[in-house]
Design a protein. Structure first.
Length: 148
């Protein structure tokens, strides 16, 4: 009886491509689907900027990569996209436990935004001496001064 632990985790799939290589002398035919992904966490909390000022240490996130069966490409209609990935705990070639992506379900598309894109908070400040600097007072500000 084999022990298999399954866990569903939210992931960001950035790439998926099928491959179909015919057999050649000394090599069997290979057919499958390569998938690249990052762990997101349920709310994206696992994919926040990572700060490390010591240049001898790594910074950022290493992507996961897996080769799945060829038909799995049909389960990945959008990339980049957010998916619920099912992982099974298996034993790797070095004898250590490894969480391996075994199935996935599409949740929603994902779009990378450039800094300031999609927000009003990051609009450039008006230049000194422009009309935008002298914005009209709100009714609440006037009332606080005793004005109308």
């Amino acid at each position: 009886m084999g022990l298999e632990l399954n866990n569903t985790m939210r992931i960001l799939v950035t790439y998926a491509k099928t491959y179909d290589m015919p057999a050649e002398p000394g090599r069997d035919a290979m057919r499958g689907c390569t998938v690249h992904y990052f762990f997101l966490g349920q709310d994206g909390s696992e994919f926040q900027p990572f700060h490390e000022w010591d240049t001898a240490l790594a910074v950022g996130y290493q992507r996961g990569k897996v080769s799945l069966d060829y038909p799995f490409r049909a389960k990945i209609p959008v990339a980049p996209g957010i998916y619920d990935g099912e992982f099974a705990m298996t034993v790797g070639g070095d004898g250590k436990p490894v969480a391996r992506l075994v199935d996935l379900k599409f949740v929603e598309p994902f779009r990378f935004l450039m800094p300031g894109e999609g927000t009003t908070e990051t609009q450039p400040a008006p230049e000194a001496g422009t009309a935008a600097e002298a914005a009209p007072e709100t009714a609440a500000a006037k009332a606080a001064k005793g004005g109308k």
